[in-house]
Design a protein around this ligand. Structure first.
Ligand code: ATP
Ligand code: MG
Length: 400
């Protein structure tokens, strides 16, 4: 008896008609990259399901641990193989059910028998295996319709395959299937969660972070690096653009009245992001804004900020409550990084009374006294670019 294979069921992509093969190809590539450090792994993507095989037990354990983070997968099951022999099959069935742990459940055995020369017919196999399993686990109750445990048995020429455990996948679409967007990543709670939602819908990310030394320190930057690393675990690698923002921020504070510096600062961020976007094949800007959370997150404010660009600005969290966002941050394990107490450029420059309904004409009026173009271009040119690949096995374990 040997468990060396995982059967993977595709998520939503199964219904995507003509695009199906490219979606499956994308998922296969993402799975391949996720496990690029595992040497014995073999991946076979079929039309309806994917098989991941490795003869190394530790490698297979790694696959089971990391697979729930790969988008585009509905669920997966470890598959155990045994010889074509009814006694071996009984033992295997017992072992497969034992792995589930809780056996106070409804249960049935389903059999497929493509290898017709096997001496037992389907009903006999079902009977032999269920009575053996029921003797071993008396708490199980037989139920033919929608049982909690469905022990699937497939009798093939080379071996008998069995599986019962169904592990939930991450759902969503394979990362990269939906193109690429630029996420404005602060050190806060919201933007990493916004990024996670985009990745889940199959959108790859470049990240942009605005950094204002000496007002913000390296610990704040480190926080953003850790968040970038965490996001890179949900799909393909991510590239982080770190923008030196001090000069622009100081210029804004010189030019515009205190109560609209927030709006103007955000407009500068958008203009910088737009230039980076043009160089990176990204098609939208993503932010972690949520309506009403702070002064800059009112409809009036968003209108004034948005006026500097024609690029779609996506705000996946716009209608979510803070508590819902926190809940997801905890699930995706960005929460503990985000709450580290180092402040980003916005917190430090926040005026006492920012306008919740800034007037676009007023902001434009004050910004017009100087040309910000050069400072914006300079910030883009002097940016630092860091790539975050998926970390190696031992680092990954630390982060989980
Ligand atoms: P977050 O929790 O993401 O920091 P927030 O609730 O603090 O969000 P704001 O400070 O108003 O909200 O920022 C709104 C959005 O603007 C952020 O979600 C993020 O997308 C972007 N943003 C803010 N500051 C920065 C920064 N220093 N670098 C990159 N993006 C930023
Ligand atoms: Mg913030």
């Amino acid at each position: 008896m040997k468990t060396n294979q995982i059967l993977v069921r595709y998520g939503e992509l199964s219904t995507k008609g003509k695009n199906r093969s490219s979606f499956i190809g994308r998922l296969r590539d993402n799975v391949r990259q996720t496990f690029s450090d595992l040497e014995q792994i073999h991946i076979k993507a079929e039309r309806d399901r994917m098989f991941i095989t490795s003869d190394d037990e530790q490698e297979l354990a790694q696959v089971i641990e990391r697979l729930p983070y790969v988008f585009g997968i509905q669920s997966f099951s470890p598959v155990t193989a045994c010889e074509l022999n009814i006694e071996a099959m009984k033992k295997t069935a017992e072992a497969v059910i034992a792995k589930i742990g809780d056996t106070e459940k409804s249960f049935k055995v389903s059999v497929k028998r493509p290898f017709k020369e096997f001496p037992y017919e389907k009903p006999e196999i079902m009977k032999e295996l269920s009575s053996h399993v029921l003797r071993a686990f008396p708490d199980l109750k037989v139920q033919m319709k929608d049982p909690e445990i469905d022990l699937k048995v497939e009798v093939r020429k080379e071996a008998v395959y069995m599986m019962a455990e169904v592990i939930q996948g991450a759902g969503g679409l394979p990362v990269g299937a939906g193109g690429k967007a630029l996420l404005m990543l602060s050190g806060g709670l919201d933007s990493p969660v916004a990024g996670y939602h985009m990745l889940k819908r199959g959108v790859r990310l470049d990240l942009i972070h605005f950094f204002s030394p000496p007002f913000t320190n390296d610990r704040a930057k480190e926080k953003v690096f850790d968040l970038a690393e965490r996001l890179s675990q949900f799909g393909s690698s991510v590239k982080l653009h770190v923008i030196p923002f001090t000069k622009l921020q100081q210029e804004v504070h010189k030019q515009v009245p205190d109560n609209i510096t927030m709006t103007s600062t955000r407009r500068m961020m958008m203009r910088v992001a737009d230039l980076v976007l043009a160089e990176t094949n990204c098609r939208a800007i993503v932010t972690g804004e949520s309506l009403g959370q702070v002064a800059s997150q009112t409809l009036e404010s968003m209108q004034a900020i948005n006026a500097v660009t024609h690029t779609p600005v996506l705000r996946p969290l716009i209608a979510m409550d803070k508590l819902e966002i926190i809940d997801i941050a905890q699930q995706i394990e960005t929460y503990d990084i985000s709450i580290r107490p180092f402040e980003d450029c916005c917190t430090i420059f926040t005026p006492a009374n920012p306008k919740t309904k800034p007037k676009l004409e007023k902001v434009e009026y004050y910004e017009n006294f100087v040309s910000f173009d050069e400072l914006i271009e300079e910030a883009v040119a002097e940016r630092e670019i860091i790539k975050f690949p998926r970390p190696k096995v031992n680092q990954f374990e630390d982060l989980l």
